[in-house]
Design a protein around this ligand. Structure first.
Ligand SMILES: [Zn+2]
Length: 450
């Protein structure tokens, strides 16, 4: 490995993909035969969401080193995300032929087989991917595999799934050079290359005083003040894989409606102080949210009225304000809440075909529409400050967005009760506290600095 390659890899590990890519491109121009430098450049592209570039570098790496199993595995993952099941299976089988113990290939091939309708083979591969020993999956990934496994074991339906419902695992794996595999999220004290800074709302406002294109990324924590359950609370009461996966919905559609009733609870939900402060935020270019409650839009109407256009709100996981038929896709034009309030049968039925109605949200096993993800990526690339509010950022693909912002050198300020995986793995700023207290305080300070 030449010196530039070593430095590029270190930058990649430090979450600085943009600089890593520049450095690795230089390494390749000096040593065009370095397959591993191309592999690492592919990972940098992949982490920045540049999937075509990633694919091209992986193909170039394999030209140079045809037995580079992780490159085959990455190509398999990219094909899986694109819904190309046959291509995915062929790359992943090739990876396993080269390196039969490769856990990530076992996992991804298990997913591909499952969606291709080969359930028994899928289950045995998913189980094999969880084997302990050298090369074992990191805990976060193992958790995802177990979710897939539960779905596969509970899934009585034979036959292939429609591709649109392919749950796409996109796994990043760095090739390790003479180093033992590391834990996914090193503790901050044990890592010199990453640091988390804790700030007061006033200090964070000073940091953002020059920002003119602010983007907010929000999760369930921002709606706590509105009386909605957080994801964490919900998953303490419900088995998330069983309750809100598309597979479970096909089997027992009433369960999802029970979860929605539990989530919404009693009465009408109004925007809280955090939604309202954000709606009044100067230089806000948009909101990317994992929430499905529509409260950002309502806050905008409350603050500005109907006539002021709202900056874009990208609802990555869809919305409870719309419903559709699982069978025929008809849209009755009613909110999920309206069915819950009127004690409609669970599930409510489609007037056209009697199929089960569902909220227009993304269930586990489904994926975020690439178009919505593309809009979110555009906003992340345009912003010069990113506020991450009330989310642990542990669900892909939303978890990729702060990483991309950091790679562009954009300050990322996280407002959350406690540090998340995000603040431990990227050099973000943490403003600890309840979002309906600290966000209004931060934005009020920011407004006074203008
Ligand atoms: Zn229908």
């Amino acid at each position: 490995m030449n010196e530039l390659h070593t430095r590029g890899l270190a930058l990649l590990r430090a979450g600085r993909e943009h600089e890593a890519a520049t450095c690795l491109r230089e390494a390749i121009s000096l040593g065009p035969d370095d397959a591993r430098a191309r592999y690492h450049l592919a990972i940098a592209h992949r982490l920045r969401g540049e999937l075509t570039e990633a694919r091209n570098e992986l193909l170039a790496a394999l030209e140079l080193e045809p037995t580079l199993a992780p490159a085959c595995a990455q190509l398999g993952g990219l094909a899986l995300v694109a819904g190309e099941l046959q291509e995915a299976m062929s790359w992943l089988s090739r990876a396993l032929a080269i390196h039969p113990g490769h856990r990530i290939s076992r996992y991804q091939l298990g997913v591909a087989l499952r969606f291709a309708g080969h359930r028994t083979e899928a289950i045995s591969l998913l189980q094999a991917s969880l084997e302990p020993g050298p090369g074992a999956l990191p805990p976060v990934l193992a958790h995802r595999v177990r979710g897939q496994l539960v779905d596969a074991l509970n899934d009585p339906l034979p036959g292939a799934r429609p591709l649109a419902q392919c749950a796409a695992p996109l796994v990043t794996e760095l090739l390790e050079e003479r180093e033992p595999p590391r834990e996914e999220a090193p503790h901050p004290e044990s890592s010199r290359e990453r640091e988390m800074r804790v700030m007061t709302p006033l200090e964070a406002a000073r940091l953002l005083a020059g920002a003119r294109s602010i983007l907010a990324l929000t999760g369930s924590g921002i709606s706590v003040g509105s009386g909605l359950a957080t994801r964490k609370e919900l998953w303490q009461r419900w088995d998330r894989d069983a309750a809100v996966s598309v597979f479970k919905f096909r089997e027992a559609p009433n369960v999802l409606w029970e979860v929605i009733a539990d989530f919404l609870g009693e009465g009408r939900h109004r925007p809280d102080a955090a939604h309202l402060a954000l709606a009044a935020c100067p230089d806000l270019i948009g909101i990317v949210t994992q929430n499905v409650d529509g409260l950002h839009q309502e806050a905008h109407r409350e603050v500005h009225g109907e006539s002021v256009p709202m900056p874009p709100v990208i609802e990555l996981h869809g919305t409870l304000l719309e419903t559709r038929c699982q069978a025929c896709d008809a849209r009755p034009g009613r909110t999920a809440g309206s069915y819950v309030e009127t004690a409609a049968p669970r599930p409510p039925r489609c007037e056209r075909c009697d199929g089960p109605l569902r909220p227009d949200v993304v269930l586990f096993g489904e994926r975020v529409a690439p178009e919505r993800m593309g809009q979110a990526l555009d906003l992340v690339r345009r912003c010069d400050a990113l506020l991450v509010v009330g989310t642990a950022m542990d669900v892909a693909p939303a978890s990729e967005l702060p990483r991309i912002a950091r790679a562009n050198g954009v300050p990322v300020v996280e407002l959350k009760r406690t540090a998340s995986r995000l603040s431990r793995s990227l050099d973000t700023v943490l403003v600890p506290g309840e979002s309906d207290t600290v966000l209004p305080e931060l934005l009020e300070n920011l407004r006074q600095m203008r």
